[in-house]
Design a protein. Structure first.
Length: 764
């Protein structure tokens, strides 16, 4: 199947379809195809106007909203256009598989030869006077076939009056290469005795792929090993030079005895479908380099010219063998490597005195315009709200989490929440931040919940919609909805993340997205290692901001509640035209109970009732506060100090008091305790090892081969290690460690420490 996105739909395909020639369902199909391809209702409407008899203004826009995913793609438009006589343009995209029946044209992107006419001519190898036809054919068979593989060949012909030439019949297809080679080697040079006499005016043919022995159709081919490249549109010497210049992986080249040089090219396909795709690619490359290929030779059972025979007095002979690249894969990599779209290397000296300007900051100290940012964090960290806050900051040209932002247009791609919730959230963020919505028209939202597609399909649709909008940033929230492949695979995630590069490059804007943490404790990990899946997620973006939760003690939460209530009281006094500093002391302004008491005394009753209701809500709000720390891993800027935040739904606010600065995440505390227990266990083991070493040394150096425990150095130095006081001194309050030591040492130490030990006792 062709990838129809390679065609210019609006410029080429759609104009070729006459809407008046379509029935109603086909007209709807066009709309569905356009919608699936990322086009708009206006595009459908503009095309429909051509049918003046049936066109009704506004009908396309009304119908557009009802069109749902139905599997109808842009390929439907190509089919309708072809049906009305449209021919695809002659162009190529190397990332697109080739249709077997597609048009094969010249493609600059596949060219490795600037001008075929300017190629240095390679004279064909000389044909020796003592030419041995039988040996020529035997060598051909040795190069292409295994000994037990069946070979098809044709020496008998019939005359076609319509074409005025001799045509081959089905020929022989039951003999193996081994049988033929053996016969050729013992025929005394009489080729006709082996394969049959050849009509001099016609020559002979041979099939270059092995057969089943049951026939000569494509289905009878047992290995899709080779393909034929043939052309008679240029001199044979020029063909030879071009085959070599293209590095075609030729197993053998055979002069046809006429105007062409037959190249038997290694294909190595595992199936007929793969053979078709590879041959189509091969022919495209040939045509791109100026070789007009005979397209009738694409079948795997095709006949080629047999070496070792005469045709109109001219020899059909082996010209070369094993030229070019070793395999199709190596050759294809070579062709595409020669024709990639990568920029050429540049020399530092050339730009030293004229360095290109750096992209200006989008988020000062964090991210440049046109770069990529990943926000990672656990569930319920408010990542979506944080990204909405960023959208507001860019739209209004304000700070985000304390970082100044450039002002411009933003596209927020919403993949997770329904449309109504998204709009309410954005307005709620504006109100919670206290930002006047003066430039809310700078924010566009693409609501895709229930309509999301994998990122490799979403990227071109997004680019098509955004390319004329001049966005400063595109925010994708969240990416797990559009991930293609295994998120733990570095290779697959690298390809996934390349889509963000594609968007940023094509649109010239920043791409900002969020992802979740992996499961389990995160405190022992670096911030860049917490994101779920492959490490590519952390290493691909230019800026990684990671959120981790901080534990909030009751006292700290009470402190935040105190602040909220004080602010509410001050606001209530000011609303009642009272100056707080005139009716409250400085101490009053630091105490919520005292401020509430003052408000209860001085405010009129309606204001007191309203304040009481607000206070109840604020107490509940304070109980729901969560605390967070953001750490950054940056490519373009120095690392900034961790930013501590309160998530005060629906927005984050900075911890101005500094109360969160000394708090460690709970997971980090747990990690430290675990490390402490491991260290204690190591110390205990080291101590026991020293005790045993002392016992062994004492036994080894004793005259009797035994020693009393009370005479050991460790006992004399420290006292009886079996005593409770000494164990407490050594092991502190680690009860489990003390009990283990007692059990180990009890074997050697009696109640009075007088047990005698021998080496075998210690080793036991």
């Amino acid at each position: 199947m062709t990838n129809d996105s390679k065609y210019d739909i609006l410029g080429d395909v759609l104009p070729a379809i006459d809407p008046a020639s379509l029935n109603y369902q086909e007209w709807v199909d066009v709309g569905m195809a356009l919608k699936d391809g990322g086009f708009t209702a206006d595009d459908w409407d503009a095309w429909s106007r051509r049918d003046t008899a049936r066109y009704h203004k506004g009908e396309c826009v009304k119908k557009w909203a009802t069109l749902k995913g139905s599997g109808i793609t842009l390929g439907t438009l190509v089919q309708y256009a072809r049906r009305q006589g449209w021919t695809p343009p002659r162009h190529y995209s190397k990332d697109v598989p080739y249709d077997w029946d597609g048009v094969i044209g010249g493609h600059d992107s596949l060219s490795v030869v600037d001008s075929p006419e300017a190629l240095e001519q390679h004279p064909l190898p000389a044909v020796f006077p003592d030419w041995e036809p039988a040996r020529e054919l035997a060598r051909y068979l040795e190069l292409l076939f295994a000994g037990d593989e069946v070979v098809g060949y044709v020496t008998s012909v019939w005359y076609s009056k319509d074409k005025d030439k001799y045509m081959p019949d089905r020929g022989v297809y039951t003999r193996t290469a081994g049988e033929l080679i053996a016969a050729l080697n013992t025929c005394g040079g009489d080729l006709g005795a082996v394969v049959g006499d050849v009509k001099p005016e016609a020559g002979a043919w041979i099939r270059f792929n092995p057969l089943s022995g049951n026939g000569v159709r494509n289905d009878d081919v047992t290995d899709y090993r080779y393909a034929l490249v043939e052309s008679d549109a240029m001199p044979v010497e020029q063909q030879y030079a071009l085959y070599r210049a293209m590095e075609l992986p030729c197993r053998v080249m055979v002069h046809s005895g006429g105007k062409s040089l037959h190249a038997i090219v290694h294909i190595g396909a595992g199936s007929y479908a793969e053979y078709r795709e590879r041959v189509a690619y091969l022919y495209k490359v040939c045509e791109a380099n100026g070789l007009k290929v005979d397209g009738q030779n694409k079948n795997p059972s095709r006949l080629s010219r047999m070496p070792g025979v005469l045709r109109n007095g001219q020899r059909q002979y082996l010209v070369a063998e094993n030229t070019g690249k070793a395999s199709f894969e190596e050759w294809r990599e070579y062709i595409e490597g020669m024709n990639d779209d990568l920029p050429d290397p540049e020399n530092l000296a050339d730009v030293w005195d004229n360095l290109p300007p750096l992209a200006p900051p989008l988020i000062d100290g964090v991210l440049r315009q046109g770069h990529k940012l990943l926000l990672a964090g656990p569930s319920k960290a408010g990542k979506s709200f944080a990204l909405m806050e960023l959208a507001v900051a860019i739209a209004e040209g304000r700070d985000w989490l304390g970082f100044p932002c450039a002002q411009g247009r933003v596209l927020y791609v919403n993949l997770e929440v329904d449309k109504s919730s998204c709009w309410h959230r954005l307005r709620g963020v504006y109100e919670a931040l206290g930002v006047p919505p003066e430039h809310r028209n700078n924010i566009d939202v693409w609501n895709l919940r229930g309509s999301a597609v994998p990122m490799d399909r979403l990227a071109p649709k997004l680019i098509r919609r955004a390319q004329k909008r001049d966005y400063l940033a595109i925010i994708i929230d969240p990416i797990y909805k559009v991930i293609t492949g295994d998120e733990n695979s570095a290779d697959q995630m690298a390809k996934f993340c390349n889509q963000f590069d594609l968007i940023a490059t094509r649109l010239g804007c920043a791409v900002i997205y969020c992802h979740h943490h992996s499961k389990g404790a995160q405190g022992g990990k670096r911030s860049m290692d917490r994101a779920s899946g492959s490490g590519v997620f952390a290493r691909d973006p230019d800026a990684l901001l990671d959120m981790i939760e901080l534990p909030v003690a009751d006292a700290l939460r009470k402190q935040q509640e105190n602040r909220l209530l004080i602010d509410a009281c001050v606001a209530a006094l000011e609303a009642a035209w009272m100056e707080p500093t005139q009716c409250c002391t400085q101490d009053d302004l630091c105490s919520a109970p005292r401020m509430l008491d003052i408000c209860d005394k001085v405010l009129p009753e309606p204001a007191r009732i309203a304040l009481a209701e607000k206070v109840a809500g604020l107490r509940k709000r304070a109980g729901q506060l969560t605390a967070w720390r953001i750490e950054g891993t940056l490519r373009e800027f120095p690392r900034f100090p961790p930013v501590n935040l309160w998530f005060d739904y629906p927005a984050h606010r900075a911890d101005d008091s500094g109360a969160l600065g000394d708090i460690q995440p709970e997971v980090e505390v747990a990690e430290r305790m675990l490390r402490g227990r491991k260290k204690l266990a190591e110390n205990n083991q080291n101590l026991w090892d020293r005790v045993l070493a002392d016992i062994r040394n004492a036994v080894d150096f004793s005259a009797t081969g035994s020693v009393a425990v009370r005479d050991l150095k460790i006992v004399n130095k420290m006292g009886n290690p079996y005593s409770a006081d000494k164990i407490n001194e050594w092991f502190g309050n680690g009860q489990n460690a003390k009990e283990a030591f007692k059990q180990q040492f009890e074997t050697y130490v009696g109640p009075d420490g007088s047990n005698y030990l021998r080496r075998r006792d210690v080793d036991a």
